[in-house]
Design a protein around this ligand. Structure first.
Ligand code: URA
Length: 427
């Protein structure tokens, strides 16, 4: 049966700066998912979208078509309000690990479908797989049962959820079209809406270690996603947060789990605690629990109990020691002064070169590899003080990582001006 559409006409419309009709969007997303529209045609359309943009109604329709390409989970059996969080990705961004059990400990349920890392940013599933026995894959029934009983699940998204996005994201990755705001917004929101969450808090990162290098770009992405959530009945707010410096002191897999457990034990680096609590407050408010204090649940051990239950429910041993790296190279200051900056992107690349990240989707990651900072921006340093350490399983990885990391750290005679971690709230 002929649909009456030709991919080349859809491409030409967008190439020439036109607006795609609802019917064109529905057809092209569905036909691409079924393999009727070829990769080279979708690549051309994605590039036309990157260059010419999309209107609000086009983005809304595109997102709806991506949701309709697969299943939409029904979480109505969960006896707590559901709320999720999505971060656009950063260096040392382990916030999902302490945040998910913390929000569960405060009375909401967090259905967190996560991904693996690619490039210089790490993936939540890779980090959790550092824990012996923990498994990322759960069935839909297990997902709903764990959400209801424990209130917290972090797992891999099933293949049935927004399959159009799965295919399109892989294509964008290799065609230089990841950075289009309409495509990023629809990609993220189609998965979150299909997952069935009632509310959503977005952590939109800005700075060298993020997709969005400027506040203006990040604001546009955040506004687009907040509107998409609202249009689909998901209460959505966004925080724009700084990603010019890595979050916390640990960048890698096992090292980030260790730091997250410190936060759950009531300690941990101040910036990780600040962002975890800020996002928890937003999530609880969005879930209709505005008066619950997440800080108290960190201090009194409820968040830690919730973490242990969440890890055990997926086969993990929360008491297992984290594997350690065979090679540790400590880098020391060569001058007195203050740490002026630690560049997130360069440190992310350093951790990746140590083996913490992957170059291709199918590559394994090293569990103990990564960077541990001993100093953060603003800290005073004396000659000989440890600045950071590089950890690897394979010593041949150290020199390339060292070249990146040494570019990342700047020492100046005076302390830098402090900048806010949470830049703006949109919603
Ligand atoms: N994360 C996603 O899920 N999709 C994008 O397009 C970019 C980041």
């Amino acid at each position: 049966m002929s649909s009456g559409f030709a991919a080349v006409d859809v491409i030409r419309t967008k190439r020439d700066g036109g607006v795609l009709s609802d019917a064109q969007i529905d057809w092209v997303v569905d036909a691409y998912t079924r393999g009727v529209v070829a990769d080279e045609q979708m690549s051309a359309l994605a590039m036309a979208i990157l260059l010419n943009g999309m209107t609000g109604p086009e983005i809304a329709r595109w997102t709806a078509a991506m949701i309709a390409s697969g299943e939409r989970l029904d979480l109505s059996a969960v006896r707590r309000p559901t709320v999720d969080k999505h971060s656009t990705g950063g260096v040392g961004d382990k916030i999902t690990l302490p945040l998910t059990p913390l929000v569960a400990a405060c009375g909401a349920a967090v259905p967190q479908l996560s991904g693996r890392g690619l490039g210089h940013t790490g993936g939540t599933l890779d980090k959790l797989e550092s824990i012996p026995g923990w498994r990322a894959t759960v069935s839909n029934d297990e997902f709903i049962a764990q959400l209801d009983e424990v209130g917290a699940v972090i797992c891999a998204a099933g293949a049935g959820l927004a399959p159009a996005d799965r295919k399109l994201y892989a294509l964008r990755d290799v065609t230089g079209t990841v950075e289009a705001i309409p495509l990023i917004a629809s990609s993220i929101m189609s998965k979150k809406i299909a997952e069935g969450t009632g509310a959503l808090v977005l952590d939109v990162k800005v700075g060298s270690g993020a997709f969005m290098k400027s506040v203006d770009q990040a604001r546009e992405l955040a506004r687009t996603m907040v509107e998409l959530g609202g249009a689909h009945g998901v209460r959505t707010v966004a925080l724009l947060t700084d990603m010019s410096t890595p979050l916390g002191l640990a960048i890698g897999n096992a090292v980030e789990v260790t730091e997250s457990v410190e936060v759950l034990a009531g300690g941990g680096p101040a910036d990780v605690v600040e962002l975890t609590v800020a996002l928890a407050r937003e999530m609880l408010a969005a879930a209709g629990l505005p008066d619950v204090d997440p800080g108290a649940a960190l201090r009194d051990g409820r968040a830690m109990d919730s973490w242990r239950a969440m890890i055990r429910a997926q086969g993990g041993d929360p008491d297992a020691p984290m594997p350690t790296a065979a090679e540790v190279e400590v880098v020391r200051a060569e001058q007195d002064g203050y740490v002026a900056s630690v560049d997130a992107y360069a440190m992310g690349v350093a951790a990746w070169r140590l083996g913490a990240g992957r170059a291709r989707k199918e590559d394994p990651v090293s569990v103990p590899a990564g960077v541990v900072l001993h100093k953060r921006p603003g800290d005073p340093v004396r000659v000989g003080d440890a600045l950071y350490e590089l950890r690897a399983e394979d010593p041949s990885r150290i020199p390339a990582a060292l070249a990146e990391a040494s570019r990342a750290v700047h020492i100046a005679p005076t302390a830098p001006t402090a900048t806010p971690l949470v830049i703006e709230r949109i919603g």
